[in-house]
Design a protein around this ligand. Structure first.
Ligand SMILES: Cc1ncc(COP(=O)(O)O)c(C=O)c1O
Length: 550
């Protein structure tokens, strides 16, 4: 598609920077349509059939920079035809495969304010009211996590919420940077300055290990931990192999193995930077026994970090809050606002129980983030950042605790209902019971189920392999059809001799997903599976079952 070129002129520049396009321009029309009916606009413009990535790439092969400008209306047309049409309808109630889901409608006009103002929250000189607003949002979430602990009362929050030298937490682009920030602080606090050593941030990891007498530095997390923790270990100079993986029992960290691994690490003279509890694992939504982990952390004096990227907002719910018992004992907790706080992508937070914790990463400079200033950039890993906290503020106020509570309760309730539907069917198998609003399952025809029951571990492995192929193909076919979407993942199933199996993964965060839609998803998958079982996939599964017969 070639775009009509405009003329490069001062006039053109002036127009794109200042005067909105005329009322009848494509851009103005799109703006009106979006404002009137965002959901309808997206539905009309997103083409749901899957196109090969290679075909999509053909529209984006040009590497030379266009010399002359084009009209905004032309670019808008290109975006509609080539980008919007081939984007993913994450807001669809039948899109229940990932942690990126619908956002409430009011975010759209409010986001325009944020973009139009173009504040930069690194320093107060470019963000003014956005700076205390961000601190307030961090304070509200800090109170959600820690506010029921002794001492975390009105007086505490009055003292710290807008403190110019210290912070209750930091805002960032998402869970990955939030985890990195938590571990960064943990590392710097552990390898603190001491005689002859200026601290790890000044002298580096090697000098830090020497000064503190460690041969290694490690972080512990269960095998369901998010891969961003590996990246953190890499970036912080620990090395990915020093992310020590702890076994799980029913997808939650095994406390006995945690204790064993701590002892092993101490024996090899490793400094334990942190142990990470997961509140809502990415794959199955399980919550580690945080209270017991906090006991272990206290006993050994280890920094306790909780990855609540997904699950921390469960604290809004009076009913389900107890699932996260112990989170208030964590030294640091992360929350992804673009997950269950329902703001657009690009917002995460790390909260620290101790308002002085972030001192260990404080950075000042001459022209900005000066010592004694209120600049948020003193404590953030990132420099220039958008005013995303504004949208979190809006979510917290427009929905309120009760609104978020309803969203959480709805999601978890729906996951329970979906699990029951799956369990009641004779051809789907629930592979993980939902604890929050995630669950996994797979299609197993009744005859294969019978074979599995009596099969030896060796024979079961063959059957499970064939079932994994089937699951993968069903998921890919469903995705290609584009009507509904669930994702897939692979892990060992304790109920099947701990053999690795591919399973469907469902995330129930969209309040508009109905029981009927869930039923339709199962019907579609059942139909696809039956078709596939008529072909090579079916032959493989039948052969595996025949071989399992005594
Ligand atoms: C438990 C958990 N932690 C961390 C992350 C990373 O978050 P982000 O993708 O926002 O960087 C995710 C993302 O899904 C997650 O599920």
């Amino acid at each position: 598609m070639t775009q009509k070129r405009a003329e490069a002129s001062l006039e053109h520049l002036r127009r794109v920077f200042t005067v909105p396009e005329g009322d009848d321009s494509t851009l103005a029309r799109i703006d009106r349509e979006i404002s009137r009916n965002l959901a309808g606009f997206l539905k009309d413009h997103i083409v749901s059939e899957e196109r090969e990535p290679a075909k999509l790439e053909r529209d984006f092969m040009e590497s030379s920079m266009p010399e002359d400008p084009c009209f905004v209306s032309e670019e808008a047309r290109f975006l509609l035809e080539k980008v919007v049409a081939q984007s993913v309808h994450t807001a669809s109630p039948a899109f229940i495969g990932h942690m990126t889901s619908a956002i409430p409608y009011f975010m759209l006009p409010l986001a325009k304010i944020m973009i139009a103002l173009n504040q930069n929250t690194v320093k107060i000189e470019t963000s003014k009211a956005f700076t205390p607003l961000e601190s307030q949002v961090l304070g509200i979430l800090h109170r959600l996590v820690y506010g029921r602990s002794p001492g975390f009362n009105d007086g505490f929050y009055r003292k710290w919420i807008q403190n110019r030298d210290h912070a209750l937490g930091v805002f960032c682009s998402g869970g990955t940077v939030a985890n990195l920030t938590g571990l960064w602080v943990a590392r710097n606090r552990m390898l603190a300055p001491r005689e002859g050593f200026a601290g790890v941030s000044e002298d580096g990891v090697i000098a830090g290990m020497r000064a503190w007498g460690f041969d290694h530095l490690v972080v512990l997390v269960s095998k369901r931990g998010h891969y961003s923790l590996k990246k953190s270990c890499d970036v912080l100079g620990l090395g990915k192999r020093n992310l020590v993986v702890v076994d799980t029992i029913n997808h939650r960290i095994d406390i006995a193995d945690l204790r064993r691994k701590i002892a092993e690490q101490k024996a090899r003279r490793a400094g334990i930077i942190a142990m990470v509890g997961v509140a809502g694992t990415t794959e199955t939504g399980h919550v580690d026994p945080l209270d017991e982990m906090a006991d272990v952390a206290t006993e050994h004096g280890i920094h306790f970090h909780v990855d609540g990227a997904w699950g921390a907002p469960t604290l809004f719910s009076e009913r389900y809050r107890p699932l996260l018992k112990g989170i208030e004992r964590a030294d640091s907790v992360i929350v992804d606002a673009h997950k269950q706080l329902y703001v657009p992508v690009g917002a995460g937070m790390t909260l620290f129980k101790d308002p002085l914790a972030l001192d260990s990463v404080e950075q000042t400079a001459q022209y900005i983030i000066r010592k004694g200033s209120r600049d948020l950039g003193k404590h953030t890993l990132e420099g220039t950042r958008p005013g995303m906290a504004m949208l979190v503020h809006s979510g917290l106020h427009v929905l309120g605790r009760k609104g978020y509570e309803m969203l959480i309760d709805l999601g978890i309730g729906k996951a329970g209902q979906f699990a029951k539907i799956i369990q009641a069917s004779d051809d789907f198998e629930l592979t993980t019971e939902p604890e929050l609003n995630l669950l996994t399952y797979r299609y197993v025809p009744d005859w294969a189920r019978d074979c599995l029951k009596s099969a030896s571990p060796h024979a079961a492995a063959r059957i499970n392999d064939a079932l994994s192929d089937l699951t993968e193909q069903v998921q890919k076919t469903e995705r290609a059809r584009g009507k509904t979407f669930v994702s897939r993942t692979r892990f060992e199933l304790p109920q099947h001799h701990s053999q690795p199996c591919t399973v469907f993964r469902v995330v129930l965060a969209n309040p508009l997903t109905t029981r009927q839609i869930l039923g339709e998803i199962l019907d579609e998958q059942r139909q696809i599976a039956k078709d596939l079982l008529d072909g090579a996939t079916g032959r493989k599964l039948r052969a595996a079952c025949a071989a399992a017969k005594p």
